[in-house]
Design a binder for this molecule. Structure first.
Ligand code: ADP
Ligand code: ZN
Length: 730
């Protein structure tokens, strides 16, 4: 059956299906429907979807009609649709689900989503007359008043600073100090470009390189040591784009890192800045998304998912800490926001800056291949030098709660001279093991292949993989005369030791047990910045990106656990960790020092990182990867399979290997391997690793095999998924 032109439309339905479906449009000739959200009949129910193409005819018999369009226009422009198509193809994930995932959740429901046209807030005459110290006990209200004194601003532009501004706004309004106006009646402050200082030569070069690229795809890897002024380059580059009426998307790896970035951008961009991450409410996120789509803002700043936000005038993308594994989504649609960002810049013909003090080996290899340009910021700003690194041998040393003598002495010195210290241990809880000295058993989770972690404060043994817990003295698997003792140290135990060692020191522990909400993170970090803390103890939440100028000592309590990981990226991650953690020390006017406690003081990796020479490490590691044909010198993908039955995943994977990947030249596949924690929440998990020097060969073969593999999965009754460019292999 053939149809006249443009009355047939191909729709990517929000469903886990790898094909699109054709529908006709009934009634008056439709406007261009491409990119619009529509409701369509689907089987016996109705589904939402995105129109992805206009067709002149369809091979489907008896086409069903689109029920309705849901918004006032397309949600996807041509670029975004292309990006969605590319991602669906590259990650081999259903297009409908990719497009659905690119939208704020409000758009995933049938209802129309209102256009949140935001009023702008201004000071009233009374608000302008408020004395400077009237709000000294209400810092949020004071912050809002100070911003509005410069010009009108939307509520949304105050999001992302680690607290909800709602209460402060309503207080100020009820005092009659602020009032809202239609956006066109209230003038925002102009974007502020004053700089208190001049960029140094390295910064100027980097900026010039980005500026030259202007409307061209041109990826720059900004390789700058911690504190070398990368953020300042981001700001200036975004400013240049804004002057030309272009928008910038800035990605940061974690919510915990957004607030300090937001503050720096907010002081320049004011109302022209919006934030986007999962710490905001659905409504707030939708507002941000809409403001960006309408072109009302110059800068959108957020985590991973911000890379999908519609921005008609996109002119620059910035990915801070580009090496960070959090850019990879680890469930469902497993994409890398960094890699999607590069593709988006390519589709939009705009420059992109990938910044890091410890660039990923993938990006460094792209530099070697001439795909990215390397711009280096080799020195810290001002007189600040990188900290010195000392490896302390703790073999045979009696540590107190993980703290050896050398580290204790350094902490004592720092306390005496009023400086701040950071202690890093990537293990929360009191101790990783509880062992009974009567019967020798170790407390284990009965749903996971994992030991239970002792949490003393809540008096429970907790599984960190499924979160199930039992009372500390309630082990059902132990003997009649239990003598359970804790082995090893976690942050809770270190905290206890610190309290005993330094009773007068002000301690702050930052891990997922003490700090959970965005507000608590903000409170903790401002306490550090205000000097209200002497010793900060934490997990990887404190390892990255933060600028705490008064920290001069960093201690790594245990660096060894990663030396023996089987994941081929373990050395890279350990090197990044050491350099990043060291980067927290000595950022201000005083020199910094890092102490790393280890049982392997002469391990070559540690020797190599003595001078925090990440580039040197990376060169060697790249040579190893080349020799062993590992990424970035080979494309990799994983097939993971899960089942409550122990045998099925490996049997299924064996079938995949022998039936779908046998005798395919140029592709090497591993035997089925158990995941690092094979059984989790009662589910057995296995995987196979596929590698090829040719990404094209690997992806093409996978694409051609996917229906067959889907069939095998049904037959073997397993859940399976594909992980393209995995960041964690085991
Ligand atoms: P990074 O992002 O590389 O860690 P930042 O951009 O945060 O570095 O810079 C470190 C500190 O130096 C910040 O306080 C910043 O304001 C300041 N700074 C950056 N560039 C300059 C410059 N050219 N002159 C003086 N101070 C600068
Ligand atoms: Zn468990």
């Amino acid at each position: 059956m053939s149809k006249t032109s443009h009355s047939v439309w191909s729709v990517a339905v929000f469903a886990p299906l790898r094909q699109s479906f054709d529908y006709r449009w009934e009634g008056p000739p439709p406007p261009d429907l491409v990119g619009q959200r529509v409701a369509v009949p689907f089987g016996r129910s109705q589904r939402l979807g995105i129109v992805v193409k206009a067709l002149s005819q369809s091979s489907t018999e008896r086409l069903k009609a689109i029920d309705a369009t849901l918004d006032d226009g397309p949600l996807f422009d041509e670029h975004l649709l292309q990006l969605g198509r590319w991602a669906a193809d590259y990650y081999q994930y259903p297009l409908g689900e990719v497009l659905q995932g690119m939208l704020p959740t409000l758009y995933r429901r049938r209802r129309p989503v209102p256009s949140f046209i935001e009023p702008r807030w201004c000071l009233t005459a009374a608000g302008r007359a408020v004395a400077a110290d009237a709000l000294k006990n209400a810092p949020r209200q004071a912050e809002i008043l100070a911003v509005l004194a410069k010009g009108a601003a939307t509520y949304t532009s105050f999001l992302g600073r680690g607290y909800s501004p709602a209460a402060a706004f309503s207080r100020l309004e009820s005092k009659g100090w602020i009032e809202s106006h239609l956006p066109e009646d209230a003038v925002p402050a102009p974007i502020e470009f004053q700089q208190g200082f001049d960029l140094n030569d390295a910064q100027r070069n980097a900026l010039a390189r980005v500026a030259e690229a202007e409307a061209k795809f041109s990826p720059v890897l900004l390789d700058g040591v911690t504190g070398s002024g990368k953020t300042e380059v981001y700001l200036q580059a975004a400013r240049r784009a804004a002057i030309q009426g272009k928008q910038t998307i800035v990605l940061v790896p974690e919510i915990g890192l957004t607030d300090q970035m937001v503050r720096r951008f907010a002081s320049h961009f004011g109302d022209a800045l919006s934030v986007f991450h999962s710490g905001l409410s659905e409504r707030e996120r939708t507002r941000s998304w809409q403001r960006c789509r309408r072109g009302e803002i110059a800068v959108l700043l957020g985590t991973r998912s911000s890379i999908w936000v519609a921005a008609g005038a996109l002119g620059l993308i910035i990915v801070d800490e580009e090496h960070d594994p959090s850019y990879k989504q680890q469930e469902g649609f497993r994409y890398s926001a960094r890699d999607v960002a590069v593709m988006r810049a390519k589709l939009c013909d705009c420059p992109i800056i990938l910044g890091s003090a410890t660039p990923s080996l993938e990006s460094l290899a792209n530099v070697d291949d001439g795909k990215y340009e390397l711009m280096a910021l080799p020195d810290r700003i001002g007189s600040a030098a990188l900290p010195s690194v000392e490896y302390v041998d703790i073999r045979g040393v009696n540590t107190r709660g993980g703290i050896g003598n050398a580290l204790a002495a350094a902490l004592a010195d720092n306390l005496d001279s009023g400086k701040q210290s950071i202690l890093f241990l990537n293990r929360r809880g009191y101790a990783p093991l509880s062992m009974c000295f009567s019967c020798g058993t170790v407390a284990q989770c009965d749903k996971c292949d994992a030991y239970l972690v002792v949490h003393k404060r809540i008096a429970r043994l907790v599984c960190h993989h499924c979160e199930r817990s039992i009372p500390l003295n309630g082990r059902p698997d132990c003997c009649a005369d239990p003598d359970c003792r804790e082995l090893g140290v976690g942050t809770e135990r270190v905290e206890e030791a610190l309290q005993a060692l330094f009773p007068r020191a002000r301690l702050l522990r930052i891990d997922r047990d003490t700090v959970t909400t965005a507000k608590q993170i903000e409170t903790a970090f401002s306490a550090i910045r205000e000097g209200a803390v002497d010793i900060i103890l934490g997990t990887q939440m404190i390892a990255k990106g933060h600028d705490f100028p008064d920290v001069t000592l960093v201690g790594v309590i245990d660096a060894d656990s990663r030396l023996f990981s089987l994941d081929f990226r373990a050395p890279e991650r350990l090197a990044q960790l050491i350099v990043q953690v060291a980067g927290r020390a000595g950022r201000g006017q005083y020199p910094g020092k890092m102490i790393v406690q280890t049982l392997h003081p002469h391990h070559p990796l540690f020797e190599q990182l003595k001078r925090l020479d990440f580039a040197g490490f990376a060169r060697n590691e790249l040579a190893v990867r080349r020799k062993t044909s590992l990424p970035p010198f080979a494309a990799m993908l994983l097939i993971r399979a899960e089942s409550q039955d122990r045998e099925r995943p490996s049997r299924f994977l064996n079938a995949v290997r022998t039936k779908a990947f046998a005798n395919v030249s140029g592709i090497a596949s591993s035997a089925p391997l158990p995941a690092a924690i094979e059984r989790k929440s009662g589910v057995y998990r296995n995987l196979i690793v596929m590698r090829s020097p040719s990404r094209h060969t690997l992806h093409r073969h996978m694409r051609e095999s996917i229906d067959f593999i889907e069939g095998l999965a049904k037959q073997y009754r397993v859940r399976w998924f594909l992980d393209v460019d995995p960041v964690d292999v085991l």
